[in-house]
Design a binder for this molecule. Structure first.
Ligand SMILES: [Zn+2]
Length: 311
């Protein structure tokens, strides 16, 4: 099990904001207490190259983030903080995912978990959005298809919010499929079932908007059926997960009534598809999850299941 976890991700300083460093410091402490960190191999954290970043983001936007951080920092858009260190930290978040993808595709390990921040799935081609600066999972997927020779990648996003930035990045891309299950109606307002991609990418996107109040059983059933259908169509060589834990019942930002153990079931469902199509290869990337007492438990369950260590 490859784990990308590093104190550098605490340097993205958001102040009094739900997406705060305490999220990851609490997760890190818990992985130490439980001995889980020691069971993993720690991956290398290096900044993503601008060449790799440019496959998802406009480089002028990257410069804008760099300048904003260097000049004063603060809110770069209505919901998103960019502090002095945030540009460098965000480059490392994307860089960690690129390293994880390279190593998993290369066969060093079958699973990697990237505990990075800022999160990424709302970040757009030329702007920050929804706590996100750079789209980490999208940058990783493009490394797989453009540098590592993979024909097909599938991104599975179970964060409670629709992964609009990821959907935009691969809207017309036939090589990268995208499944998102999310609360709807809810922020950011996109992700209806009629959004399925365009051009060569038509039919490679599957949105499962889910109303607040949907039972856990129904949520898991929709996810399982949707994933089986899309995986059959995409036949991925690698699966990436945008693992947000803000669909948990006690999440202060999201919530779709899920319990900690439901994240084990979601993980197992992804594993089943990964075993069917790509030798079990999964790279998982942290997105949301804002209850700092619950997040460590969700991450532990996800990691134990990914690694095959659960009882
Ligand atoms: Zn979210």
């Amino acid at each position: 099990m490859l784990l990308y976890s590093d104190p550098v991700f605490l340097q993205h300083d958001t102040g009094a904001h739900p997406e705060k460093a305490l999220r990851l410091s609490r997760v890190g402490e818990y992985l130490d207490q439980t001995g889980l960190r020691d069971k993993c191999e720690l991956g290398k954290i290096e900044p993503v190259s601008l060449e790799r970043l440019a496959r998802v983001h406009k480089l002028e936007y990257a410069s804008e983030v760099a300048d904003f951080a260097a000049n004063h920092g603060g809110y770069i858009e209505s919901d998103t903080v960019c502090s002095r260190a945030s540009y460098e930290v965000a480059l490392k978040a994307s860089g960690a995912v690129c390293d994880a993808v390279t190593r998993v595709v290369g066969g060093d390990d079958r699973h990697a978990l990237c505990l990075v921040r800022p999160p990424g799935h709302h970040a757009l081609h030329a702007s920050a959005m929804g706590f996100c600066l750079f789209n980490n999972v999208a940058v990783g997927a493009r490394v797989a298809t453009t540098e590592l020779g993979l024909d097909r990648v599938l991104i599975v996003d179970w964060d409670v919010h629709h992964g609009n930035g990821t959907q935009d990045a691969f809207w017309e891309d036939e090589q990268v499929g995208f499944l998102s299950i999310h609360r709807s109606p809810f922020y950011p307002g996109t992700g209806s079932q009629s959004e399925t991609g365009a051009g060569k990418g038509r039919g490679t996107i599957l949105n499962l908007p889910t109303e607040y109040g949907t039972s856990r059983k129904e949520f898991l059933a929709r996810f399982t059926t949707g994933l089986e259908d899309l995986a059959r169509r995409i036949r991925p060589n690698l699966i990436l997960v945008s693992a947000g834990f803000d669909a948990h019942r006690l999440d202060p930002v999201g919530s779709l009534g899920l319990e900690v153990e439901d994240f084990a079931l979601l993980t197992e469902t992804v594993q089943k598809s990964a075993n069917d199509y790509c030798g079990g290869k999964i790279v998982s990337v942290l997105e949301g999850g804002y209850n700092v007492d619950v997040l460590p438990l969700c991450v532990e369950t996800h990691l134990q299941t990914l690694a095959g260590w659960q009882q």
